[in-house]
Design a binder for this molecule. Sequence first.
Ligand code: FEO
Length: 178
Amino acid sequence: MIKLEMAQALNEQINREMYSAYLYMSMSAYSGKLGLKGFANWFMVQYHEEMYHAMKLYEYIQRQGEEVILGTLEGPPSTFESPLDMFNQTLTHEQYITKSINDLMDMAIKMKDHGTQIFLEWYVVEQIEEEENDNDMILQLNLIGDNAHALLMLDRELSGRMTTVPVDFSKGVEGAVA
Ligand code: FEO
């Protein structure tokens, strides 16, 4: 059992994770429009990761005997200036998500909610990886600059990114297979 205030805050995090999925889905669509199929793949894999993050919260709230309440989802931008712009926006967004996870952790600590602290540790570690991935991409795109050939080489590399998280949650997150 968790406190109602904690459950409400976790429900708000579902919305943030769903928005993340929506944002990366939009970036995938925009990459496809540019003919960058590898970038489109990278962002669609990221979309799946975000849905997984949302579903883990969904299941945790239910397992703790609280109610999942889904809020309105804001629409993401549909156009971007460049691949670099997409990754700059991705990093800024992930830094915002990191702060929201840290705020949730602070709340769980204040409430002496040990179960939620342990649950949130996974997200704390995940956010380090998310920001690192975005920083790596920004470094590479800055090196590439206006070199179309190098951009297409990177696009080919990004087409190899695979989804490693479950995508079918019909049997719950625990019962899902990657
Ligand atoms: Fe779920 Fe990208 O943070």
